[in-house]
Design a protein around this ligand. Structure first.
Ligand SMILES: O=C[C@H](O)[C@H](O)[C@H](O)COP(=O)(O)O
Length: 283
């Protein structure tokens, strides 16, 4: 598999970059040079994470979703056929399934392999304690299953996702996957009971009607106050209690380490014990 083909796939995205998130739309609208800089940062983060966390003994590997993940697959391919021959790769959705297949890697399923050695995924934003917002691409249910099943769950992203408090840079709201049947009542509860007056159903861009997830559900994007987002575990618990909610794009207490590519060619690594390490280019 040529590396460029993996990115052609994502660029055309089967619509991923173009259609999934307002964040991604912002990127699409940015100048070519800023896209290059952001992409370079994504690649740096992905390569560093793979080099440190995808070890020869790791045989069951979870592959997340988003525009940073193709670089993860690219780096894994660079580890060579010998190392990848007896590995199985589990996808978090349609996009990563296509990535794995196109790369010529062996595709597996979480139902066959409920214990994963390492899962690497993107994020929409991560805070100081490694709580994350995920689901800008509507994949959070399968992503959370593969994150929790993994001995090591690693997040990779560019510098824009590295925050102190969730909701600082990613302002579209917390992505919430809901059963279509319950979507109106969940929306109402979010607006009236959970103080998210601007919660909205995510609409598709090249289809009339709402975004439909890989699990045939809908997505609600629910913005919350900074006060609420400073306590993501509590917020997650209260959203999950709403009948009809399938999964919430708040990941709390699952990330072992997050790698953020910076514009100057360095990588910032944040670990679950609170340690922050600055990795200079090439180290
Ligand atoms: O549902 C999508 C996922 O949570 C992605 O990992 C997240 O949206 C980050 O994607 P990207 O790397 O494109 O910013």
């Amino acid at each position: 598999m040529q590396q460029s083909s993996l990115h052609t796939f994502v660029d055309n995205g089967i619509g991923y970059v173009d259609s999934c998130t307002s964040w991604s739309r912002a990127v699409s609208n940015a100048s070519a040079s800023s896209i290059d800089a952001v992409d370079a940062a994504k690649r740096l983060a992905a390569y560093t994470a793979v080099d440190r966390h995808v070890q020869p003994g790791d045989k069951i590997i979870g592959i997340g979703s988003g525009s940073t993940v193709p670089y993860v697959v690219e780096r894994i391919l660079q580890q060579g056929d010998e190392r990848n021959r007896d590995r199985v790769f589990l996808p978090t959705g349609f996009q990563s399934q296509q990535l794995i297949t196109l790369a010529g890697l062996r595709l597996g399923d979480i139902t066959q392999y409920p214990e994963i050695d390492v899962t690497i995924d993107g994020a929409d934003e991560a805070d100081t304690d490694l709580n994350c917002i995920k689901g800008g691409g509507a994949c959070q249910l399968r992503e959370k299953v593969l994150a929790e099943a993994a001995r090591t769950f690693i997040v990779v992203a560019d510098y824009r996702k590295n925050s102190t408090v969730l909701g600082t840079n990613y302002t579209s709201g917390v992505p919430i996957e809901v059963s279509p049947f319950a979507s109106t009542s969940v929306l109402r509860s979010l607006r009236t009971k959970l103080d998210s007056p601007n919660a909205t159903l995510r609409m598709a861009r090249a289809k009339a009607g709402p975004v439909v997830t890989d699990n045939s559900n809908f997505i609600i994007d629910a913005p919350f106050t900074e006060v609420a987002l400073r306590k993501p575990r509590e917020l997650l618990a209260s959203i999950k209690l709403l009948t009809g909610v399938v999964e919430v794009g708040l990941f709390c207490g699952v990330v072992k380490a997050a790698y953020f590519g910076n514009q100057d060619g360095s990588v910032t690594a944040k670990f679950e014990n609170g340690e922050v390490v600055h990795i200079e280019e090439g180290k």
